[in-house]
Design a protein around this ligand. Structure first.
Ligand code: NDP
Length: 221
């Protein structure tokens, strides 16, 4: 199986790289920094330099992926931004960083990825339950929440555009012990990634455009 992992220097993306490699898949994984690229290489995958917020870097991705045909693509790179509690306005710089990384970058790379897919490929966009409007019970991190709600919206558009060609879903990885999730989080990255891989492997065309928990349970928007 050919796998592309966008954002694999650490955390969930790196664990996806390790598990797909261990399963015998051919993995291309991206990072923006030299250390991340080295880590990917050490995991046995082919490293590709990509800063997901850099216009020139994402434009170069089309050329780098020319001729590739991926069975599974994971869009993982993301930032949380300010750890706001309630109604604290972000600075313009904070807003731009979060929205460019979590939203604009997806709108740039997903059209490129769409040109490099095997038949019935799977595209898994790592979103968050925090982006759900109906499941929301507190207003912490409202910029991050808004960015993941927007990411879910554009995943749906990708799923409609690629209907019949690919199965595209948004996934909540759980609250995971990574740099972003912190040490108090619920689950280990190994468990989150294993269950997400199982969920993605079990997808059928009827799942196209859905929002799923890491264990496959459907989430409301
Ligand atoms: P980490 O903070 O551990 O890792 C974030 C990853 O995103 C790093 O590889 C980082 O690369 C990459 N990244 C950020 N900005 C860019 C950029 N401009 N270009 C390229 N890569 C970039 O987070 P997690 O592994 O926990 O999170 C992965 C995804 O899962 C995110 O989208 C996050 O929102 C989502 N998620 C995580 C949850 C959790 O509990 N951990 C819960 C719900 C969702 P670099 O090393 O260069 O910074």
């Amino acid at each position: 199986m050919n796998v592309l992992i966008l954002g694999a220097s650490r955390g969930i993306g790196l664990e996806l790289t390790r598990q797909h490699q261990a399963a015998g898949d051919r993995v291309i994984a991206t990072a923006r920094g030299d250390e991340g690229l080295k880590t990917i290489q050490q995991a046995g995958a082919k490293p590709l330099k990509l800063d997901i917020t850099d216009t020139a870097s994402t434009a170069g991705l089309a050329r780098r992926l020319d001729g590739e045909s991926f069975d599974t693509v994971w869009l993982v790179a993301g930032v949380y931004g300010p750890r706001s509690s309630a109604l604290q306005s972000p600075t313009e710089e904070e807003f731009n960083t979060v929205m460019h990384t979590n939203v604009l970058a997806a709108m740039r790379v997903l059209p490129i990825v769409a040109e490099a897919l095997a038949p019935q490929a799977r595209i898994a966009v790592i979103s968050s339950r925090m982006g759900s409007i109906s499941l929301r019970s507190n207003p912490s991190g409202w910029l991050y929440r808004a960015s993941k709600a927007a990411l879910n919206s554009l995943m749906k558009d990708v799923s409609l555009a690629l209907e019949g060609r690919a199965i595209c879903v948004s996934l909540h990885p759980g609250w995971v012990r990574t740099d972003m999730g912190g040490t108090d989080a619920d689950i280990e990255v190994e468990h989150s990634v294993r269950t997400m891989r199982e969920t993605v492997a079990a997808l059928t065309p009827a799942d196209n455009g859905s929002f799923l928990n890491h264990d496959g349970e459907r989430l409301s928007w």
